[in-house]
Design a protein around this ligand. Structure first.
Ligand code: PXL
Length: 431
């Protein structure tokens, strides 16, 4: 997935396009950038701004759009009217999600848009946005209405809707003491609350809009995307670092589980003739946090590892709660053997069992036919029952557990390991 950030350069990398590149990398997608202006600033002081020429902006737009498939666009700082119009012309007819984050003033006081350009910002960029994400100050500034009650908030919404906005999210409202509320307006209205973190920071607005774009580009609804962005931003602020002498710079820690599992999936797909080992119901590959409480603590693929002919591909994204069946297997295994945190399901083949045994792997099995009717009738409980049954006498964790199916149920092998790499190592030994 390729996401494009159009905005200003912030040499402190706390905000602007540098911050967005970090956000996209943390989320394991590819970030492209088009620079509209260069600023000089650090964590305590804002210096100068120079917008890029229309010619250079056009050249950047042409070079990016002529080469890459773009899955979503975020527009941040655009300093002047001519650059606003140029961006509008280039992207107005695209059918990808567009987030417009109205950037007016920096956390260190720099004015990031020319006064004379506000009119064109409203006229051109706001109407083409899938969603706009002003904070309280920006919403007040653009609508020229002070927000001091829910009633004035509705006036602001009306004002934005008059500009042609489809959806609006106003972030950082403190409607109750020490509670930060985001006001999400789509066809319906929602208030999303969380505890305030008392720290002035540099970067949270950019974290919000860039992570929101990621979620929208994955076809999540505006409301789901807003939840995702709120969580992402909360984590970024909690993890903010004092890198320079002034404000803390926000940054979400990258998820180590994510990159380990992602690498292992790529390695798995590249194993020669691996399509022969993918079951009819396809494969999932999971990696659990330590001490998982439910499948929402387990990273899996929201789709599957799918074979089409001889080709094997990953369909969907890595998400906590992305797998149900393989995740349930690891959840059950992990209760007895807490260091086992990763697993993949493969097609049942006698040949595979023989190879596992020849390599002295510990292989267990269960018979689904023997599953008590009380368990069978409960959706999703067969795997839990089967794994528990297989581990009954185990002193050591098995490397693989299989069953030979039941009426209408495909036989299956699950390979287990301490992490995705160890699962791949086991598979590489047998195939
Ligand atoms: O946070 C908004 C923002 C966006 N873009 C640039 C910035 C800032 C804030 O400082 O400098 C370039």
């Amino acid at each position: 997935m390729n996401l494009l950030s159009i905005g200003g350069s912030d040499p402190s990398s706390g905000a602007g396009i540098q911050s967005d590149v970090k956000t996209f990398a943390t989320l394991n997608v590819y970030g492209l950038t088009i620079i509209t202006a260069i600023t000089s600033q650090n964590t305590s002081k804002f210096g100068m701004i120079q917008p890029v020429s229309k010619k250079l902006l056009k050249a950047q737009l042409d070079s990016i759009f002529s080469d890459f498939k773009i899955d979503g666009i975020k527009i941040g700082m655009v300093y002047n009217a001519e650059n606003i119009k140029l961006i509008y012309d280039k992207i107005k007819s695209l059918s990808v999600p567009i987030i417009v984050d109205p950037v007016i003033i920096s956390s260190t006081g720099g004015k990031l848009i020319q006064k004379s350009a506000i009119k064109d910002f409203k006229k051109y960029l706001i109407p083409i946005a899938t969603v706009i994400t002003p904070n309280k100050f920006e919403a007040e500034f653009i609508s020229k209405i002070k927000i001091h009650s829910k009633k004035s908030l509705q006036k602001v919404v009306k004002e934005f809707q008059g500009m042609g906005t489809k959806s609006i999210i106003i972030t950082g409202l403190e409607l109750k003491k020490n509670i930060m509320t985001d006001f999400v307006v789509t066809e319906n209205q929602y208030f999303m609350e969380n505890k305030k973190i008392n720290m002035s920071n540099h970067g949270s607005g950019c974290n919000y809009s860039a992570s929101m774009l990621f979620a929208l580009a994955q076809d999540k609804s505006i409301l789901e995307s807003a939840k995702f962005a709120k969580r992402f931003t909360f984590d970024s602020i909690k993890n903010a670092q004092k890198i320079g002498g002034g404000l803390h710079i926000t940054q979400k820690q990258s998820d180590k589980l994510h990159s380990e599992l992602s690498n292992a999936i790529n390695n798995f797909i590249e194993i020669k003739n691996i399509f022969l080992r993918i079951p009819e119901c396809q494969s999932n590959f999971v990696f659990s946090k330590k001490s998982p409480k439910s499948i929402t603590d387990i990273l899996g693929i929201s789709g599957r590892i799918v074979k089409t002919g001889e080709k094997v591909t990953k369909v969907g994204n890595l998400e906590y709660g992305g797998s149900k069946h393989v995740a349930t297997a690891i959840l059950t295994m992990n209760k007895k053997f807490p260091h086992i945190r990763s697993a993949i399901n493969l097609k049942f083949q006698k040949e595979t069992i023989a190879k596992l045994e020849k390599n002295r792997f510990i292989v267990k099995n269960y018979d689904r036919v023997k599953e008590p009717i009380t368990s069978k009738s409960k959706e999703g409980s067969s795997i839990k029952w089967g794994i528990t049954e297989s581990l009954r006498d185990s002193k050591e964790p098995p490397d693989a557990i299989f069953h030979k199916g039941d009426f209408g149920k495909e036989p299956m092998i699950i390979i287990f390991g301490t992490n995705p790499k160890s699962v791949i190592e086991k598979i590489s030994k047998i195939f």
